[in-house]
Design a protein around this ligand. Structure first.
Ligand SMILES: [Fe+2]
Length: 341
C-alpha cells in the first residue's frame, strides 16, 4: 500500500486553511468550493502533493492511504441516520474539505444524478431497513466486492473513502489486481467484450427525491430510465482492458448475468474471481484515514457488521474521481457541470 501518515506539524499547517474555508462555505456541495478545489489543493503540504502525484502517475499500488488527519469524534456528534440528513451544518466540514482537496490532486471529482440526490460527496453509513440489501448502506450482509460503477462507461478512476467513525473496526476489503498471478488466467478470453454487466442497486430511483428544479428532475428521470433500460438490455464488455501484462479490471460479479456466455468465458471469469478472492485483503479504516482506491487496479467490498443505530455507527465519506472528465461530456449538461445525467 502507498501510505503516508500526517504528522502533528502537517495538521498544524493544514488547520488554519481548513478552518478558514469551513467558515467561508456552508456545505461541501458548494459549487464554488468544488470548482476552486484544484487551485486550493496547491496549498497542501508539498510532501503530500508529491505523495499523491507519485500514486497517480506511477501506479505503485492500487491503494493509497493518507492517515493521521485530526478528527475529534466528540465534536462530530451522532452519526446521521440517513445520508439525506448530513449535507448542511456538517460537523466534519474541515475534514470533508481536506478530503476534497486530496481528491482534486488525483483528478476531477464528479457525482451521479442517480446517486444520493446528485451530491458530489456521499455518506456511507448503515441505514435502517437496508441491513440485508446489496448496497453500501447495508450492514448485516457483507458488501460483495466490485469495481465501483462497473456497468457505466463513465465510472471513476478512483473511489475514495474518508473514515470519520468506525467503532468496531469493520474491515473494508480490497484486492490489488497487481497481486494476481496472471499466468494462471485466460487473459485473452477476459479481454473479449462478451461479459454482461448489469447496473447496481445504488443507481435505483427508490431513494431519490424531487429537487424542485423541473429541468433537473426531468434529466434525472431520463437518467434513471436509461440505467433501468440496461437491466432489460444489458451492456456487454470486457472484464480486463488496457495492457495485457498488467491489465485493468471492471467487474461486479453480484450484478452480472452469466446467461449466454461461452464455456470458455465462464471458466475464465470464474478463474479470475477465484484469484481475486484468494488475494483479498482486509483494510480496517480508522478515523482520519483517507483511502484512494484505484478503480482500474482494485476491487473493493466490506465485511458485514452489526449496526448500532444509536449515533455511534460507522461513518465514512465517499468521492468519485475521474482523470478524464471530458470522457463523460456527452453525459453532462455543461463543461463545468460535474454531475452525470
Ligand atoms: Fe463500492
Amino acid at each position: 500500500m502507498h501510505h503516508l501518515t500526517l504528522t502533528a506539524e502537517d495538521n498544524a499547517e493544514l488547520s488554519p486553511m481548513l478552518e478558514e474555508l469551513a467558515k467561508t462555505y456552508a456545505t461541501i456541495e458548494n459549487r464554488e468550493l468544488i470548482r476552486r478545489a484544484p487551485v486550493l489543493a496547491r496549498s497542501l503540504p508539498v510532501r503530500l502533493l508529491e505523495f499523491l502525484e507519485e500514486y497517480r502517475i506511477g501506479e505503485p499500488s492500487a491503494l493509497c492511504m493518507v492517515s493521521g488527519l485530526a478528527v475529534d469524534e466528540a465534536w462530530l456528534g451522532p452519526t446521521p441516520q440517513h445520508w439525506r440528513d448530513s449535507q448542511y451544518d456538517s460537523p466534519a466540514l474541515q475534514q470533508e474539505i481536506f478530503f476534497l482537496l486530496c481528491a482534486a490532486v488525483l483528478g476531477d471529482v464528479f457525482g451521479w444524478a442517480t446517486q444520493q440526490d446528485g451530491r458530489i460527496m456521499h455518506d456511507v453509513l448503515p441505514i435502517q431497513g437496508h441491513e440485508h440489501y446489496e448496497l453500501g448502506s447495508n450492514s448485516l450482509q457483507h458488501l460483495s466486492w466490485h469495481t465501483e460503477d462497473a456497468f457505466h462507461p463513465c465510472r471513476g478512476d478512483y473511489v475514495a473513502l474518508m473514515c470519520l467513525k468506525n467503532p468496531d473496526a469493520v474491515e473494508t476489503q480490497v484486492c490489488d489486481v497487481g497481486d494476481l498471478d496472471w499466468s494462471r488466467l485466460d487473459i485473452d478470453a477476459l479481454f473479449e467484450p462478451v461479459f454482461t454487466q448489469m447496473p447496481d442497486n445504488s443507481h435505483r430511483p427508490d431513494a431519490s427525491h424531487a429537487t424542485g428544479d423541473p429541468l433537473v428532475d426531468k434529466l434525472r428521470a431520463r437518467s434513471f430510465a436509461l440505467i433501468q433500460s440496461w437491466n432489460e438490455d444489458p451492456v456487454k464488455g470486457p472484464v480486463l482492458f488496457g495492457d495485457r501484462d498488467q491489465p485493468y479490471t471492471a467487474l461486479d460479479p453480484y450484478h452480472m448475468k452469466t446467461d449466454g456466455w461461452s464455456e470458455r468465458s465462464r471458466l475464465a471469469f470464474q478463474g479470475l474471481c477465484d484469484e481475486i478472492e484468494a488475494h483479498m485483503r482486509d483494510v480496517p479504516l480508522h478515523p482520519g484515514d483517507c483511502v484512494f482506491i484505484d478503480n482500474f487496479r482494485a476491487v473493493h467490498g466490506r465485511k458485514s457488521f452489526r449496526p448500532r443505530y444509536d449515533g455511534s455507527d460507522r461513518w465514512l465519506k465517499r468521492l468519485n474521481v475521474t482523470r478524464n472528465l471530458r470522457g463523460s461530456r456527452a453525459w453532462r449538461r455543461a463543461a463545468d457541470d460535474l454531475i452525470i445525467y
